[in-house]
Design a protein around this ligand. Structure first.
Ligand code: NAP
Length: 307
């Protein structure tokens, strides 16, 4: 059977329930992937809460969350040449990974599957697409060059931790990241300069400036205002989190095509790791989302299928 977590109505994490579905059969151009690890992201609880109804189509009842996972191809449908049974893959994009088996379009153009590089463990591979992929697109958008200084808001979250690492990998001279004090040690270990958010943030950041570019991974008027004050050129600011920020001078993120493949090319064999702050069985996805919604984790949450 296919262990899956579904929801029938928009709501809180307790709207999620575990069930068994038939293992899917791959259609033409599809493969069936068996997931060993599944990443949890804020978009999961935003979809569940109904906040993204206008942007993400979801068939209810039987809605499926999850936009990233790592697993192995267990069956190929007619016409599939890109993957073979046994290939390790990372799944990304469209919601649907909160299950053990999934039928997924296999073509590169569909951009839902990328070969899983052997150097990454299952849980690391599962959490690469959203955090590292988004970080890659954000740094491309602000055109960060070697030797430049970057401001990152929300630097201790999944995306922020990836932005810090990719920026330093790109050759940034310094990365200054806002985060709560309990995550400053983590940011220092990664090579960033942490600054605590809250009252007086602009003054604290101005002491660290000037900055060539900014990436906002948290959102809110205060963070937007500091980015506008401290980075002069609008095209060198971006937010991944705040739909109101563009009206205030911080453009919203545009993802590049084949984002994960490009991200993996950039990382290559360089050190790159996203801290995993919590692990849950897939059947306890509701508890995992409730924990993520409380915030302050300093890393990713991963779900594992199995009984
Ligand atoms: N547009 C896209 O394609 C895209 C892709 C990925 C994510 N996102 C969005 O980006 C946001 C971040 O995602 P994530 O996975 O990184 O979430 P996360 O892991 O929950 O991280 C949230 C971050 O926000 C920080 N934060 C909270 N309040 C803050 C404040 N007032 N000032 C500065 N930082 C503050 C947290 O810091 P502390 O924990 O240190 O307090 C933490 O670093 C979410 O809204 C998500 O939906 C968008």
């Amino acid at each position: 059977m296919n262990q899956a977590v579904l929801f029938d109505r928009y709501g809180a994490p307790d709207a999620l329930y575990a069930t068994d579905l038939p293992v899917p059969v791959p259609g033409p151009g599809e493969v069936v992937v068996r997931y060993s690890a599944i990443g949890v992201n804020p978009i999961d609880w935003k979809i569940l809460g109904g906040d993204l109804r206008a942007h993400v189509s979801m068939e209810l009842p039987g809605g499926r969350l999850g936009v990233e996972a790592a697993g192995v191809v267990v069956e190929t449908g007619p016409g599939v040449r890109r993957f073979r049974v046994g290939d390790p893959v990372v799944r990304h994009g469209r919601p649907g990974t909160y299950q053990e088996y999934e039928a997924v379009p296999a073509t590169q153009e569909a951009d839902e599957l990328t070969p899983w590089p052997a150097r990454f463990s299952a849980e690391q591979a599962a959490v690469l697409p959203v955090a590292a992929g988004t970080a890659y697109s954000a740094l491309r958008q602000v055109q960060l060059h070697p030797g430049e200084r970057l401001l990152v808001h929300g630097a201790s979250g999944g995306v922020g931790l990836a932005v810090v690492q990719l920026a330093l990998l790109t050759g940034a001279a310094e990365v200054v990241g806002t985060a709560s004090a309990r995550h400053h040690g983590l940011l220092r270990r990664l090579g960033a300069t942490p600054v605590e958010y809250g009252d007086g943030l602009l003054e604290r950041l101005a002491e660290q400036g000037p900055f060539d570019a900014s990436v906002d991974c948290a959102g809110g008027p205060q963070l937007t205002a500091t980015a506008v004050s401290l980075v002069n050129v609008p095209g060198r600011r971006v937010t991944v989190a705040d739909f109101q920020a563009p009206e205030r001078g911080v453009p919203f993120l545009e993802h590049v095509p084949l984002e994960l493949a490009s991200t993996l090319d950039l990382i290559g064999h360089s050190p790159f790791e996203l801290p995993v702050a919590a692990r849950f069985p897939l059947a306890e996805a509701g508890r995992a989302l409730a924990l993520g919604m409380r915030g302050g984790l300093g890393g990713k949450i991963v779900l594992f299928p199995g009984r």
